[in-house]
Design a protein around this ligand. Structure first.
Ligand code: FE2
Length: 202
């Protein structure tokens, strides 16, 4: 007699769609996500906004019902550390940094993880927002490297870099892969190594 075993995962998996935050700074958050990652509201009411930057009806939702309180010591309590967005090219990714730098918005943490180069910003509530570029430009190769390489297993956090130095390197004529290679070797390390914890914004 054959026995059917219960599957440990769904036969057809759902696709990741959106994240929802509560906030006491609704309008400020809407403006920030538009400025940093090009999300615009599909619906923006008095107590909530639903934002997207692609074909989905929303990717980030913001809820502001009465009675909310600010969190205490967000960086050292469990929960969401960051949401991530990916650029298709290195130049687009670095251009976004240069544009935001001009607006006075800077990442608090910058890491070359090997398969991505990543800048971590904080929204007005202190939630992390990662803006990344895939160093392989190919999700299959990227996933394979992450799965198999001893380099990632030994150091998944990767190499810290100073994004100003990356912008300078590009100005000097270096290309994506050369800058990535040098970043991995620690050539663009910042003067002060930041902590991984979300800095307190309250
Ligand atoms: Fe991430």
């Amino acid at each position: 007699m054959s026995v059917n075993r219960a599957p440990s995962h769904p036969i057809v998996a759902p696709t990741f769609h959106h994240t929802t935050f509560t906030t006491l700074r609704l309008d400020e958050m809407v403006a920030w996500y538009e400025k940093v990652a090009g999300l615009t509201p599909v619906f923006h009411g008095d107590h909530g906004a639903w934002l997207t930057n692609d074909a989905a009806n929303h990717r980030i939702a913001l809820l502001s019902p009465p009675g909310l309180k600010h969190p205490v010591d967000k960086g050292h309590t469990t929960g969401l550390h960051h949401t991530a967005f990916e650029y298709a090219t290195f130049d687009q990714w670095l251009d976004n940094f240069v544009r935001l730098r001009g607006e006075g918005i800077r990442p608090f943490l910058n890491l070359d993880h090997g398969m991505t180069m990543s800048m971590y910003y904080q929204d007005p509530d202190g939630n992390g927002v990662e803006i990344q570029v895939d160093t392989f430009g190919d999700w299959e190769k990227s996933r394979s490297w992450m799965y198999f390489s001893a380099e990632f297993a030994n150091n998944p956090i990767g190499a810290h870099f100073d994004p100003d130095k990356l912008a300078d390197a590009r100005e000097a004529g270096l290309g994506f892969q050369e800058i990535h290679r040098r970043a991995r070797l620690g050539e663009y390390v910042p003067e002060v190594i930041p902590e991984i914890y979300l800095p307190e914004v309250y």
